[in-house]
Ligand binder design. Structure first.
Ligand SMILES: O=C(O)CCC(=O)C(=O)O
Ligand SMILES: [Mn+2]
Length: 210
C-alpha cells in the first residue's frame, strides 16, 4: 500500500513501486550500468565522494577538478544510455507526460556511503521538480530548507519509495546521512541505488506545450 507524506514541500510517496516494478527497473538498469559503468566522482576540491555514480539520458551530471556540471558524455568518452522506459513512466505518472527529463542520475551507496546536505542547482530550469527513486537498502534522507544551516528533518526511504522535490522543496537542502546495510534483498549484492530524474536545460522549456 502506497502512502503520501508531505514534509517541507518534499512529496514523499512511500512504496510507490511494488516489488515487481522494482525488479523491472533493476533489470532495465543492468544494461545501462554495463554501458555506463559506475565511477567514483571527485569533488572540485579533490575529495572522492563515497557514493558511486553514473547517468542515463541526454545529459549526465559529473564532477571533477573542473567543477560540477552536466555533460553529454560519460568520462570514458561514450554517450549516456537512454533512460529506461519503466523509470520514465514514474515521471509521466507523477510529474508530467509532456516533458521527459534530460538526465537520470544513478547513485550507488555501499555500506559506508552517504551524501552531504546539498541543493540540486546545476540545472538551467528550476520550474520542474527533481524526482527521486529509492531501490535496495534503506537510506536516511535529511530534508532542510533553502538555506544551509536551517532546521532539518529526516526520514528513512525504503525500496520503492519515490520523492518529488518541487515547489518550495526544489531548491531545498537534502542529503543521505547513512544507509541501513542489509535492509533489502532487492540488489543481490546489497547496497542502495537512487535515481534522480532532472530537467536540465531551459531551451527544452520551449518544447513544452502552453
Ligand atoms: O540518494 C538520495 O536519495 C538523494 C540523492 C541526491 O540528492 C542527488 O543525487 O542529488
Ligand atoms: Mn540532490
Amino acid at each position: 500500500m502506497t502512502a503520501r507524506l508531505m514534509v517541507r514541500g518534499f512529496d514523499i510517496r512511500k512504496s510507490w513501486l511494488d516489488e515487481a516494478a522494482q525488479h523491472d527497473i533493476i533489470a532495465a538498469l543492468r544494461p545501462v550500468l554495463r554501458a555506463a559503468p559506475l565511477m567514483r566522482p571527485v569533488t572540485p576540491r579533490g575529495r572522492p565522494m563515497s557514493v558511486r555514480m553514473t547517468a542515463a539520458g541526454r545529459l549526465g551530471w559529473i564532477t571533477d577538478a573542473s567543477g560540477y556540471r552536466y555533460a553529454a558524455q560519460h568520462p570514458q568518452g561514450t554517450q549516456w544510455p537512454a533512460i529506461p522506459e519503466p523509470v520514465l513512466r514514474i515521471w509521466s505518472d507523477l510529474v508530467s507526460p509532456e516533458r521527459m527529463p534530460d538526465c537520470c542520475l544513478i547513485n550507488f551507496y555501499g555500506p559506508e556511503a552517504r551524501m552531504g546536505l546539498h541543493q540540486d542547482k546545476d540545472e538551467g530550469d528550476f520550474s520542474w521538480p527533481v524526482l527521486s527513486v529509492s531501490l535496495g537498502d534503506d537510506g536516511l534522507f535529511r530534508m532542510g530548507g533553502p538555506r544551509r544551516g536551517g532546521k532539518t528533518e529526516s526520514l528513512w526511504l525504503g525500496s520503492g519509495d519515490v520523492v518529488v522535490m518541487g515547489g518550495e522543496a526544489r531548491l531545498a537542502y537534502h542529503g543521505i546521512d547513512r544507509i541501513r546495510p542489509g535492509s533489502s534483498r532487492l540488489l543481490p549484492k546489497g547496497g542502495r541505488l537512487n535515481l534522480t530524474l532532472r530537467v536540465v536545460d531551459q531551451g527544452a522549456m520551449e518544447q513544452q506545450p502552453t
